[in-house]
Write a protein that binds this ligand. Structure first.
Ligand code: IPM
Ligand code: MG
Length: 291
């Protein structure tokens, strides 16, 4: 059914009563892989009016795009268990890094960096410890960067990168990372820009052979489910990324401007932003701002 469509707008799914085997391994990750959505784009922007947990950061000072590899790496469903539930149990979980897989996400990130004012890219690695997979990642990075002499690029170990996301997040422009590193770093980039309730993402198949999927970075937040207090803006900003992908750039800009206006106004805030507004009130405020 999904394959017939240009895009998928995906709400947060999951429930404590449904095992990850179903929601993650039979739905979410297969969509990303089967539709070859190899670019997982996750912007992190510090909006005016949003309290930042780091002191002294001006609105807009944190403005990065994280490009996360989305089809292979540490998430490859390769491995197994031997002698399960015995003292001899063995678990094998294999990462899969391919030259093609590394090169294409790096290229997508460099293309994005080239279009941004700062033209700066950071490649996240851990080849000092993970010599084979991350070694190939680094080789791909060295090869691809030669095609982008106009982009200032550097390679950074993931642990140092995590530290610098907190210590000096304003230094980052475009960040490109493997599947797992990108997963972890984008919870951190969401936190330093105020709330995971604002973090949007796009799972993109750049060839448009298959649909791309747009989803908030957060999950279904079962602890607040049904209370009507979830921040809808991560989903709204994901819809803006979808409009961009569909070529409806004026619409995307209008949605983003409306979100910025509501946040900047500081009147309507869901509890994650320190306010008391409900999900609907926040949504209504954005609709009114667009109008
Ligand atoms: C995300 C989520 C997923 C991921 C989980 C639900 C498997 O954390 O989209 O960041 O790790 O990709
Ligand atoms: Mg995650």
């Amino acid at each position: 059914m999904l394959a017939q469509h240009d895009a998928i707008l995906f709400g947060a799914i999951g429930d404590p009563s449904v095992p990850d085997k179903v929601t993650v391994h039979e739905l979410l990750l297969p969509m990303r892989r089967r539709y070859d959505q190899y670019v997982n784009l996750r912007p992190a922007y510090l909006f005016a009016g949003v309290p930042c947990p780091l002191v002294g950061k001006a609105p807009g000072a944190i403005d990065m795009l994280v490009y996360r590899e989305n089809t292979e790496g540490e998430y490859a469903p390769v491995g197994g268990n031997l002698y399960p539930a015995t003292d001899s149990e063995v678990a094998i979980q294999t990462s899969v890094f391919t030259r093609r897989g590394c090169e294409r996400i790096l290229r997508a990130a460099f293309d994005a960096a080239r279009k941004r004012p700062r033209k700066t890219l950071t490649s996240v690695t851990k080849s000092n410890a993970l010599v084979y997979g991350m070694g190939l990642w680094d080789q791909a990075y060295e090869a691809v960067r030669k095609d982008y002499p106009d982009v200032k690029s550097n390679s950074l170990l993931v642990d140092a990168c995590a530290m610098d996301f907190v210590r000096r997040p304003e230094a980052f422009d475009v960040v490109v990372a493997s599947n797992l590193f990108g997963d972890i770093l984008t919870d951190l980039s969401a936190a330093v820009t105020g709330s995971i309730g604002l973090a949007s993402s796009a799972n993109i198949n750049p060839t448009k052979q298959f649909p791309s999927m747009f989803e908030p970075v957060h999950g279904s937040a079962p602890d607040i489910a049904g209370k009507g207090i979830a921040n809808p803006l991560a989903a709204v900003l994901s819809a803006a990324l979808m409009l961009d992908h569909l070529g409806l750039t004026a619409g995307a800009a209008a949605v983003r401007a409306a979100v910025a206006e509501v946040l900047g106004g500081g009147k309507v805030k869901t509890p994650d932003l320190g306010g008391t507004a409900t999900t609907s009130q926040m949504g209504d405020a954005v609709v009114a701002a667009i109008g």
